[in-house]
Design a binder for this molecule. Structure first.
Ligand code: UD1
Length: 367
């Protein structure tokens, strides 16, 4: 029996582990253990994804919670090490640990496992923004540097790992596992009554998400972006499911009043997976700084104005429907005008973003 531990910690991890877990659990001779670090713990950032995506309750819940980067990383490392060491002392130690994405839990689990000699497979390996001011970039670099198996979602990931001198026999282009989840849920999502509840018409509204420090931690930047969104919402209604850290900044910077001047800009609580996919899959435009949403927009073929100076997911701009905007309010306004005028660029869905990435990943994990 091969024992595989799968680690999830924060919201963007959950849609990636769901199909992998499902495939591995169908495979004879494999026993999986799901470990939730507890980096995200709010119902609407965590539990709702387990319920909607049919992920079983975690076998092990580490409950580390929030903290500074070092605190959170250290807490996950200590808890994962304890888990793996305890298992090693039994008759059923872990043969492998799987981590996904680029959050603090990903890096912390990978370091702890490697040091107690449990080989690590990293799903979504090789992505690089080349911007070391982003915590996720540090997490990506460190995780890849110590993982035994590097599973890439797009060709740029393979190229980055080659350039960094990785042993290419450990690197595999498997496609995008998050798109497996999207494809399996999109029909169900579109049949939800989310649009009616929010008084929106399909194809006639925009979806906004912003949570990165580069957009929300500086008052002037955040106020500039919100001002454009307020203006545009008079012509295209916008929905803005707001991350807890962004809501805190809006309040601290006293921008609540600015938002209240725009009746057609609706602030929502963070949405569950299915309601959110109902919104994104029928939107006219998406404005975001999320990594995952850049990819989902590309898979859906919906214009995505990416509020980042760079992207570790270049295929979303080269082939897909993404355009890099930085944190620039004028750029945001100009590109929104292009979308409204029907002059946005055409796009296509990348190869291997085909709903079958988890099958390829499971095959590699069990060989
Ligand atoms: C994390 C990831 C980021 C990902 C994002 C998606 C890192 C470095 N960042 O950022 O890559 O895009 O998740 O959401 O891992 N909080 C709550 N409830 C929760 C969890 C957090 O209110 O369940 C609040 C707390 O005030 C916390 C803050 O959000 O301090 C930040 O949470 P944290 O997990 O550190 O990072 P995110 O900004 O969510």
């Amino acid at each position: 029996m091969q024992r595989i531990a799968i680690v999830a910690g924060a919201r963007p991890n959950f849609m990636k582990i769901a199909p992998i877990l499902r495939e591995l659990d169908k495979t004879a001779g494999v026993a999986t253990t799901l470990i939730h670090t507890g980096q995200h713990y709010d119902k609407n950032l965590s539990d709702v994804f387990f319920e909607e995506l049919g992920i079983r309750q975690p076998d092990i819940a580490l409950k580390v919670g929030s903290g500074s980067h070092a605190e959170q990383t250290a807490d996950v490392m200590k808890a994962i090490e304890k888990t793996l060491v305890e298992a090693a002392a039994t008759s059923s130690p872990f043969d492998r640990l799987v981590v996904v994405g680029d959050v603090n839990s990903t890096m912390a689990a990978a370091i702890a496992a490697t040091k107690v000699h449990v080989p690590v497979a990293h799903v979504e390996a090789g992505l690089r923004s080349f911007d070391r001011s982003m915590p996720e970039e540090i997490n990506r670099l460190l995780t890849d540097s110590i993982s035994d198996m590097l599973l890439c979602s797009e060709p740029a990931g393979v190229e980055n790992l080659r350039r960094e001198g990785h042993d290419m026999s450990r690197v595999h282009l498997v496609g995008n596992v998050m798109i497996d989840t999207l494809m399996s849920q999109v029909e169900r999502a579109r049949s939800r009554d989310t649009l009616e509840r929010l008084s929106l018409d399909a194809g006639e509204y925009g979806v906004v998400t912003l949570h990165r420090p580069s957009n929300v931690d500086d008052r002037e930047t955040l106020a500039g972006l919100l001002q454009v969104l307020v203006e545009i919402s008079a012509r295209v209604p916008l929905v803005f499911p707001i991350h807890p850290r962004t809501r805190a900044r809006v309040e601290a910077f006293q921008l609540t009043e600015l938002l209240s001047t725009a009746p057609r800009l609706q602030l929502l609580e963070p949405q569950g997976y299915v309601d959110f996919l109902c919104l994104t899959s029928q939107a006219k435009v998406i404005v975001t700084d999320s990594g995952g949403l850049q990819e989902e927009s590309t898979a859906l073929g919906i214009p995505c104005l990416t509020m980042r100076a760079n992207t570790e997911r270049p295929i979303t701009c080269e082939e897909g429907s993404g355009t890099l905007i930085g944190s620039s309010a004028p750029q945001l306004r100009a590109q929104l005008e292009r979308v409204i005028a029907g002059q946005y660029k055409p796009s296509q869905c990348p190869e291997l973003w085909d709903g079958k990435a988890a099958v390829r990943i499971a095959q590699l994990l069990v060989t």
